[in-house]
Design a protein around this ligand. Structure first.
Ligand code: ATP
Ligand code: MG
Length: 174
């Protein structure tokens, strides 16, 4: 599949007026289990685990398809920008919100680049471009989808140590 074209269509759909979010009560754990399944083989082949919380249900109001794209893109990056080591999705309750962290032990992002990574087509080191490298749209799409949900994403990273993407979602009652 032509992923650049796919990404561009996705981002233009997100911007077009027809693309209203379809907000519904969903179980965040379903998305996390799905993403774990999606990357099962590639993780197995490099002997890494994707460690996920053992919660059964965390209900949120979100667009399921789009929220799935968010997790897919972030886990895809966590894998692509680390050579080894486990990847962690951690959930922590803070009052009525759930704080989501996606943590890798990869190459990290320097302070000089960290501001730009959410820009379209921005890639750190595009000349040295890693064999697994893409087009630089993944995080632009992630940011866009989360902002449409009124959610801000933050990043915390240390070169050669790893990267953490962090965002907070209001939790619905069961
Ligand atoms: P694609 O469009 O296929 O996702 P991409 O992965 O290059 O391509 P983004 O996902 O937008 O694009 O990421 C932008 C850049 O941010 C990456 O090229 C990489 O340099 C850096 N980056 C993103 N996630 C991580 C991470 N977990 N660790 C280190 N660097 C990262
Ligand atoms: Mg990416």
């Amino acid at each position: 599949m032509n992923t650049l074209l796919g990404d561009l269509i996705q981002i233009s759909m997100l911007e077009s007026e027809e693309s209203q979010l379809k907000l519904e009560k969903i179980n965040l754990m379903d998305i996390i289990i799905n993403v774990k399944d999606t990357f099962k083989q590639v993780l197995q082949s490099r002997k890494s685990n994707l460690i996920v919380p053992d919660e059964k249900t965390v209900y949120i109001l979100a667009d399921k398809k789009n929220m799935e794209i968010v997790f897919n893109n972030l886990i895809n990056n966590a894998i692509n920008y680390s050579d080894s080591g486990d990847i962690i999705i951690s959930l922590k309750y803070i009052k009525k919100n759930i704080v989501v962290r996606i943590i890798d032990q990869g190459i990290g992002i320097s302070k000089d680049n960290v501001q730009q990574i959410f820009e379209r087509f921005y890639r750190v080191d595009s000349d040295r471009s890693r064999e697994t490298g893409g087009t630089g749209l993944g995080l632009a799409i992630v940011k866009h989808i989360l902002l449409a949900h009124n959610i801000e994403i933050k990043v915390d990273s240390k070169v050669n140590m790893g990267t953490e993407f962090i965002f907070e979602i209001p939790v619905l009652k069961n």
